[in-house]
Design a protein around this ligand. Sequence first.
Ligand SMILES: Cc1cc2nc3c(=O)[nH]c(=O)nc-3n(C[C@H](O)[C@H](O)[C@H](O)COP(=O)(O)OP(=O)(O)OC[C@H]3O[C@@H](n4cnc5c(N)ncnc54)[C@H](O)[C@@H]3O)c2cc1C
Length: 431
Amino acid sequence: MPETGQERVVIVGGGFAGLELARQLVKGPYQVVLLDKNNYHQFQPLLYQVATAGLEPSSIAFPLRKLFQNRPNFYFRMTEVLAVHPDEKYLETPRGIVWFDYLVLAIGARTNFFGNEHFACHAIPMKSISEALYLRNAILDDLEAALTTPEYDRRQGFVDIVIVGGGPTGVELAGALAEMRHWILPKDYPELDASEMDIYLVQSGKRLLPGMSEEAAAKSLEFLQSLGVHVVLGDRVVDYDGEWVTLKSGRKIYSKKVIWAAGITGNRVKGLDSSVLTRGNRLQVDALHRVKGYDHIFAIGDIALMEGDPDWPEGHPQVAQAAIQQGHNLGRNFLRKAKGKDLKPFRYKDKGALATIGRNKAVADLPFWKTQGWIAWALWLFVHLFALVGSKNKVFVFLNWVWNYITYDQSLRLIIRPWLRKRKEERDLTC
Ligand SMILES: Cc1cc2nc3c(=O)[nH]c(=O)nc-3n(C[C@H](O)[C@H](O)[C@H](O)COP(=O)(O)OP(=O)(O)OC[C@H]3O[C@@H](n4cnc5c(N)ncnc54)[C@H](O)[C@@H]3O)c2cc1C
């Protein structure tokens, strides 16, 4: 990394928070270094559409380097940060060390399997594009397998799907799979009886969408049931061995696919004092985004838990808006600092929450208005299209959605396996 004489701000994580921060910082007198283990930004709210073959992965990802072309004070390195050395001010990565004057951790969260090894081994998470693609392959692969499985009981394992967690991800996925069963299965797999495919959504709480209003929860339940999803409320998945799902009530469901959407926990980086870790593995920060006990290390987005906001005593919600607003405020504060101006403490502006269940079916809780059905669905489409990074992505996603809406079809049902796995399968390699 060249020494340019400017103060170096190292941002770890090119998600919503890190990206917005970098966008602000490049306008200032800083050397901005962005590190991410991927060379692209991924738009997690649309992962479920990649998993259900509605969108191509490239439509919801954007190369980080391309975003900052022609910014001479911006540097990107694709690498994973392993540890922070706060006193010496450097980071450890597999590609060497990176010195910093200021460090911002925007590393987000990962799937929380609550320490259960069975879930971690057998259930499918959906937190990244590669996991969404894995799920897409698994769904399509299993439908092919079902065609050549004459025994009803064994076939059920291939076609049935269990989703764990009734938050927005679980609800959206369940709706999309139900629509796939209704519109696609009879056309692509006419020899299969689509009604044999059962989709279960298991939620330990008494209602769906715990972060949204009662009206949104009730309507999303009604929408899902109208699409034929078996919604199991007030029961908990306690074990899964890769074939049998066991619920706390003792009920068992046979399925080769369990999708885990039941919670997240903060990503870990070694080296910070353990006292900064709080609920959900998040880092405790003050209203200026400083990690507790460090004045040159900051945390924003899902990984941060801000103390002292009276409206959000439990911390801000782990959603894209909170991450973007935090990145924006911290970026503006760096610019204010460079001009000798006072820094602004963060205040979160809640713009509401949306979840879509299917065609014309969505729920919206806006600050002054709650609505469900077609209007909420149109709003959901607009908000997600607007938030996507990259004009090409916006156009492609829009065209895809229009095409899907008119034809009731998605045209992307390809099973594309990673090359190495394919090579191993073909040549029987054990390496
Ligand atoms: C399936 C799904 C659906 C969602 N739907 C919605 C929705 O509809 N609306 C909404 O508001 N929110 C939604 N969310 C939540 C939203 O995506 C997150 O709140 C948001 O992504 C948080 O942004 P972030 O920048 O904190 O973290 P992320 O966007 O997760 O970014 C973290 C970045 O850090 C990188 N990273 C992590 N560890 C390291 C390391 N050690 N070294 C280098 N790089 C690292 C990662 O590669 C990643 O690029 C959804 C999330 C998921 C998973």
